[in-house]
Design a binder for this molecule. Structure first.
Ligand SMILES: *[C@@H]1O[C@H](CO)[C@@H](O)[C@H](O)[C@H]1NC(C)=O
Ligand SMILES: *[C@@H]1O[C@H](CO)[C@@H](O)[C@H](O)[C@H]1NC(C)=O
Length: 221
């Protein structure tokens, strides 16, 4: 009997010892008010006053705040160009491509990174490509109705005579593979920010054996 009681007493004692006890942290000498918190913590947190009109009036830039999108790409500008045969020029003279051909040239530029992404679809563009440049799909520098040198050469859209696609991105320094009158590559020194500065001064096109001056052409603005 005595033994049993001793065991019980031991169990209760053990339980009492294992039970959580409130931990109290005594204040530091001088009390909590005496503490100097490091800058940026405690009561030194910076206070940002609301803007005129309050926080709800703020319009956040695209891709930030509540407008954040899931796209990992950041473009400083985008261009959606519909290119047609009727826009093609030899110099300033009209040299139209086929009536049923159309090109959807979609570009996204990040001028900080000197990068241009492209998503190009050509419909009813038949036959092989042809250009003295490295590829036959370009952005040229010239106003509408005029001709000018290629500044960017994109991989040619791939597919059949009714549907061709090319997607990807290029980052400077750029090379077109075509030498200008000064003997330098026409892409040398070019930066995509020049397109943003004057999109009306640039057009995009594609050249084929049948339409070497351009099968479709469209101005960036
Ligand atoms: C472009 O025009 C010039 C004359 O201005 C002409 O000599 C040349 O053959 C034309 N090019 C094409 C491919 O038609
Ligand atoms: C290119 O554009 C087409 C239609 O506009 C779209 O269906 C396709 O997903 C785009 N491709 C890429 C890689 O974004």
């Amino acid at each position: 009997m005595k033994t049993t009681l001793t065991i019980l007493a031991t169990i209760f004692a053990a339980k009492a010892l294992a039970a959580p006890t409130d931990t109290t942290y005594p204040p530091p000498p001088g009390g909590y008010d005496s503490i100097t918190y490091p800058a940026g913590t405690g009561e030194n947190l910076p206070y940002y006053p609301p803007p005129p009109g309050g926080w709800k009036s703020v319009t956040y830039p695209p891709g930030t705040g509540s407008d954040a999108s899931s796209s990992p790409f950041i473009f400083t500008s985008t261009y959606n160009v519909v290119a047609l045969g009727s826009e093609v020029r030899n110099g300033t003279t009209s040299a139209p491509g086929p009536k049923d051909a159309v090109g959807f040239f979609n570009f996204g530029i990040n001028s900080v990174m000197d990068t241009i992404c492209y998503n190009i679809t050509l419909l009813n563009v038949a036959g092989d490509y042809r250009s003295p440049a490295a590829t036959a799909t370009h952005i040229h520098e010239a106003a509408r109705g005029a001709s000018g040198p290629p500044r960017l050469a994109f991989p040619n859209p791939i597919g059949d005579d009714t549907y061709r696609v090319s997607t990807g991105c290029l980052t400077g320094p750029f090379v077109t593979g075509l030498k200008g009158a000064d003997g330098r590559d026409t892409g040398e020194g070019f930066e995509v920010k020049q397109i943003e500065e004057n999109p009306k001064g640039f057009f995009t096109d594609s050249h084929t054996v049948l339409f070497s001056l351009g099968v479709v052409r469209g101005q960036l603005a």
